[in-house]
Design a protein around this ligand. Structure first.
Ligand SMILES: [Fe+2]
Length: 320
């Protein structure tokens, strides 16, 4: 039985870095600071207890269902199972492997900035942790999802290269959009391209499955699954889940919803396969095959569109 930590701060104790209840994060957001540091001393004992509870119950499930590269990544990072890790320690272990860094952020990162970080081998990382009373479900990312779900994968060179290529693909989308003179048409096509990239990212990096070494075996590499106690087993074992070999044309046209277990998942062969698929995604984008994707989720926000048009233009202006 896992004890549910109480995250109510005791008088005199740090206010904590609990999702939705962290004054440090509220101040950073109010000041418009997206990239921040990890104020480690602010974590409360309840925050550390939540981390311990979350990791403690995943061990057996990871051993059973996770991709071997993820398990190697956990060893490489030497994650502290008792206390929330310091991102600088994680980065020290990761640097010699792939050069990826966990970069602390105060909240949502607009789409283009997110992909630009990947291109630079930086992973925007949430530093707050969910309330101990809601171990199972959290709609937004927290440090458990980002550090225990994503970061171990970043120690694998082939996977890391696929993420970088994804960042380059986003840069190409911004270039293509800037070439369109009619503003309405530019917005329409860019919305469709971002939707395609978001769907691809969702069904691979967040919810991807991979063929195992034994016939018929399936292993999980998607971080949304690896950070979910219930859905990890469900994704591999449940007859309610449809699992198909990945097809690019299907994935980019497939809507998804984030508030329930995924009924449809896609299987890749290897991370080299994933890398090739991202390259193919970029080729399809250049050929105009992402300009008219099937409607539906995810919604592309104005912030996302603006980030593609304005920030990418700023980057070009700075370079030239
Ligand atoms: Fe994620």
């Amino acid at each position: 039985m896992i004890r549910v930590p109480d995250s109510t701060p005791t008088p005199g104790a740090p206010a904590g870095l609990t999702t939705g209840k962290a004054p440090f994060i509220e101040r950073a957001q109010a000041d418009g600071q997206l990239y921040i540091h990890q104020p480690y001393e602010l974590y409360s004992e309840a925050n550390h207890a939540t981390w311990r509870a979350l990791l403690g119950r995943m061990t057996d499930r990871w051993a059973r269902y996770a991709n071997p590269r993820f398990l190697q990544g956990l060893d490489i990072l030497q994650l502290d199972w008792q206390r929330i890790p310091r991102l600088e320690d994680i980065n020290r272990f990761m640097a010699p492997r792939t050069g990826f860094r966990a970069k602390p952020v105060s909240g949502y990162v607009p789409a283009y900035r997110f992909f630009a970080c990947l291109k630079n081998r930086e992973f925007p990382t949430t530093i707050t942790i969910r309330d101990g009373a809601t171990l199972d479900y959290l709609p937004e990312p927290d440090i458990f999802h980002d550090v225990a779900g994503h970061v171990p994968m970043h120690t694998d060179p082939a996977f890391a290269d696929a993420l970088v290529r994804f960042g380059q693909c986003a840069e190409r989308a911004a270039e293509l959009a800037r070439e369109i003179s009619d503003p309405a048409e530019r917005t329409r096509r860019l919305t469709s391209m971002i939707k395609g990239m978001a769907r691809f990212f969702w069904f691979t990096v967040e919810f991807g499955l991979m063929r195992g070494v034994k016939a018929g075996e399936i292993k999980v590499y998607g971080s949304g699954l690896l950070s979910s106690y219930g859905e990890l087993a469900h994704s591999v074992e449940s007859p309610e889940v449809q699992r198909y070999p990945i097809q690019l044309e299907w994935v980019i046209n497939q809507a998804f919803e984030i508030d329930h277990y995924q009924p449809l998942l896609f299987i890749i062969d290897s991370f080299e396969h994933l890398f090739d698929l991202v390259g193919e995604l970029e080729e399809w984008m250049i050929a105009g095959k992402l300009n008219n994707l099937a409607p539906g989720e995810p919604v592309v926000s104005d912030d996302d569109l603006r980030s593609f048009l304005e920030e990418s233009a700023r980057e070009v202006a700075t370079v030239s």
